[in-house]
Design a protein around this ligand. Structure first.
Ligand SMILES: *[C@@H]1O[C@H](CO)[C@@H](O)[C@H](O)[C@H]1NC(C)=O
Ligand SMILES: *[C@@H]1O[C@H](CO)[C@@H](O)[C@H](O)[C@H]1NC(C)=O
Ligand SMILES: *[C@@H]1O[C@H](CO)[C@@H](O)[C@H](O)[C@H]1NC(C)=O
Ligand SMILES: *[C@@H]1O[C@H](CO)[C@@H](O)[C@H](O)[C@H]1NC(C)=O
Ligand SMILES: *[C@@H]1O[C@H](CO)[C@@H](O)[C@H](O)[C@H]1NC(C)=O
Ligand SMILES: *[C@@H]1O[C@H](CO)[C@@H](O)[C@H](O)[C@H]1NC(C)=O
Ligand SMILES: *[C@@H]1O[C@H](CO)[C@@H](O)[C@H](O)[C@H]1NC(C)=O
Ligand SMILES: *[C@@H]1O[C@H](CO)[C@@H](O)[C@H](O)[C@H]1NC(C)=O
Ligand SMILES: *[C@@H]1O[C@H](CO)[C@@H](O)[C@H](O)[C@H]1NC(C)=O
Ligand SMILES: *[C@@H]1O[C@H](CO)[C@@H](O)[C@H](O)[C@H]1NC(C)=O
Ligand SMILES: [Ca+2]
Length: 544
């Protein structure tokens, strides 16, 4: 058993200028003895194990719907797993991945969708970057919302308590393990993970010094309603309005590019600012009697009307509720398959109405209004008051793919504008602690035709051990956050990279320095558009 360092062993290390106290203890011994040293209320420790870098770790017990059967571990680490009860009928499964080569920093990962899944790839990524990294299962296992049924405690875990509990437990464990407190605390997550990050900033402002929150699922209840309302617009697969997924991809997306790709001055498959795209599908409508027109080359008036509705803002009982789907995102359509959105369905069955047999095909405006009013445990994450976080010198960076087909990227602009209004701050003042980067051509959290690799995930950072570790804060949002917190240097842009076929071994196809909202990335009209130098972040009319 490794004793915790006493002040007498700590002192010489400081005098010698050794910054990491981690060097004064035996990592391997601590990893094997840590389970007996844990003193955390309500915790049941499962195990700890030493995992060498390069190990292909498998998770035979992991819920299959999480689709995370294995994870390549990139650096030597100690893996600790435990259960922590949050109430008499709920709790979290929690893991800590503590790297041998610790930087002194702490980081929590988040979750996605309605899950239920520890994101092992995020743990592997942050641990490899030297963070004492933790993750929890958000209070239930698997991607289904069924565990919420008749158990509001599980909903409470999902709304905020799993994250906050994991952070409190994780910080305690970090200090117990390394024998010294962490220096700075970070968060990295996207989608539901983005919402969890902003929830912490709003309601648990002491949890983190730096938060990177991608594509945040904020205004959660309205987002869920909006996700569900597309079924009413498209109709089911036999409705005259319905358009098969393949035609969204083969007909509608190219037509949207034909109308909107060139607005930014470069026809490259990337719509730089979808706010400028006012798409008109009427050009696709079949012309009566015209030769050579089939349902694979043209659409009906009813289908064109449906498409127009998909790209309209969402109102509930006459009140604006959620921004429109942004055009350009339909190369990976998600909500138009003629069935109710799975998230909406589970949320209404297992949370809003507590009835697993509820007929979700009948959901309508009164249901949307009801769920928004219910807002269990303030899951909406919409207060917009970041005052305490700001006073603590916290920094928050949000990013949003402009071709996100699951959460409208426009909603991140709306959240920014809300914070500005609630706090009474101009964007120059917000810049001191909160910046939003609009990532053109990025799908939901990763992927897409744009320069989407920004270090936001393992996949967005090269995705494998050979090419990982582009740690330049100019092109890695997480390291940009570290620099902002620790050196006070805020990111002006986030440099994105597009590799040929998204394969890092291939050559770089293009790079683009993504701008912070409300600036717009603008082509200079003369330079090589694949080079970041040919684009500038310019101020634009707020109305355009
Ligand atoms: C890890 O192991 C699993 C199954 O045992 C395999 O499917 C996967 O490809 C392996 N991953 C790596 C990176 O070797
Ligand atoms: C959740 O999954 C973990 C393993 O990932 C397992 O240890 C735990 O028992 C599961 N909990 C439930 C309630 O199934
Ligand atoms: C421990 O669990 C109990 C119920 O089992 C709960 O009331 C309490 O809040 C939990 N404590 C912590 C620190 O999570
Ligand atoms: C440990 O991390 C530092 C940077 O934090 C890096 O320079 C060094 O190469 C790492 N050492 C090992 C053995 O991974
Ligand atoms: C961890 O929490 C326990 C229980 O609250 C406390 O006794 C202990 O001092 C904490 N350890 C650290 C290192 O914060
Ligand atoms: C689509 O909805 C119509 C009207 O409600 C119904 O008659 C039809 O059976 C449904 N088709 C499918 C494939 O569900
Ligand atoms: C239909 O259009 C295609 C391509 O536009 C052309 O190759 C083909 O000959 C046309 N067929 C008829 C019957 O006009
Ligand atoms: C096009 O129409 C034909 C016959 O009217 C039908 O069999 C086919 O399924 C349709 N294809 C699509 C993609 O809608
Ligand atoms: C929701 O937030 C409001 C305002 O901050 C607060 O008064 C209320 O207690 C919260 N409700 C729950 C269930 O946490
Ligand atoms: C990219 O993918 C395409 C289609 O699969 C293939 O033809 C091409 O050779 C690939 N290019 C590179 C550089 O890998
Ligand atoms: Ca373009």
């Amino acid at each position: 058993m490794a004793p915790l360092p006493s002040p007498w062993t700590v002192l010489p290390a400081i005098l010698l200028g050794v910054t990491s106290l981690a060097r004064s203890f035996d990592f391997d011994t601590t990893c094997s003895s840590i389970t007996s040293q844990v003193s955390i209320p309500n915790a049941t420790v499962y195990f700890s194990s030493l995992v060498p870098g390069g190990t292909n770790l498998t998770f035979p017990d992991n819920d299959p719907t999480c689709t995370r059967p294995s994870q390549l571990v990139l650096t030597d680490m100690c893996r600790i797993a435990m259960f922590v009860a949050t109430s008499e009928r709920s709790g979290i499964n929690f893991e800590a991945w503590f790297p041998r080569n610790w930087t002194g920093r702490f980081l929590s990962t988040g979750n996605g969708g309605l899950s239920g899944c520890i994101q092992y790839e995020d743990l592997a990524y942050a641990a490899a970057l030297g963070f004492a990294t933790v993750g929890a299962n958000n209070g239930h296992n698997g991607t289904s919302g069924a565990p919420f049924l008749n158990n509001p405690d599980v909903v409470e875990d999902f709304a905020f308590r799993s994250m906050h509990t994991g952070v409190v437990v994780g910080k305690n464990l970090t200090e117990t393990f390394y024998g010294s407190p962490y220096t700075k605390s970070y968060y990295l997550g996207c989608s539901t993970g983005g919402r969890q990050g902003l929830k912490s900033v709003q309601d648990f402002p002491e949890d983190f010094d730096g938060v990177v929150a991608g594509a945040p699922a904020v205004d959660f209840d309205h987002l869920n309603d909006w996700s569900g309302h597309f079924f009413g617009i498209t109709g089911n697969t036999t409705a005259p309005t319905f358009l098969p997924t393949q035609q969204w991809i083969d007909l509608v997306h190219p037509d949207i590019l034909a109308q909107c790709d060139g607005i930014d001055g470069v026809k490259d498959g990337v719509i730089e600012d979808p706010n400028l795209c006012d798409y008109d599908p009427s050009t696709l409508v079949c012309v009566e009697g015209s030769a050579n027109q089939t349902n694979t080359t043209c659409i009906t008036e009813a289908q064109a009307g449906m498409i127009k509705n998909v790209f309209k803002p969402f109102f509930i009982e006459g009140q604006f509720a959620y921004p429109r789907m942004q055009p350009g995102s339909e190369d990976v359509p998600f909500y138009y398959n003629g069935a109710p959105s799975p998230y909406t369905s589970d949320w209404f069955r297992y949370v809003v109405y507590n009835d697993p047999n509820y007929d979700v095909t009948t959901l309508s405006e009164k249901d949307w209004a009801y769920s928004a009013q219910l807002d269990p445990f303030n899951i909406s994450t919409w207060s917009g008051d970041l005052s305490t976080f700001r006073e603590r010198q916290g920094k928050v960076l949000t990013y949003h793919g402009q071709a996100d087909a699951i959460i409208s990227s426009k909603n991140s602009e709306r959240y920014y504008d809300r914070v500005s209004q609630v706090m009474g701050l101009e964007s120059t003042e917000l810049d001191e602690f909160y910046r939003l980067f609009r990532i053109s051509g990025m799908h939901h959290c990763s992927g897409g035709p744009g320069a989407w690799e920004i270090g936001q995930t393992l996949a967005g950072s090269g995705g494998n051990s050979k090419y990982l570790m582009d740690l330049d804060p100019e092109s890695n949002v997480l390291m940009a956050m570290v620099r902002w917190v620790e050196e006070g240097i805020a990111p002006e842009t986030v440099l994105g990279t597009k590799f040929m076929n998204d394969t890092v071994a291939n050559r770089v196809q293009f790079s683009r320095a993504h701008c912070r909202y409300p600036l717009r990335n603008t082509y200079d009209g003369v330079g090589d558009p694949t080079k970041k130098e040919s684009w500038n972040c310019l101020e634009v009319d707020s109305d355009s």
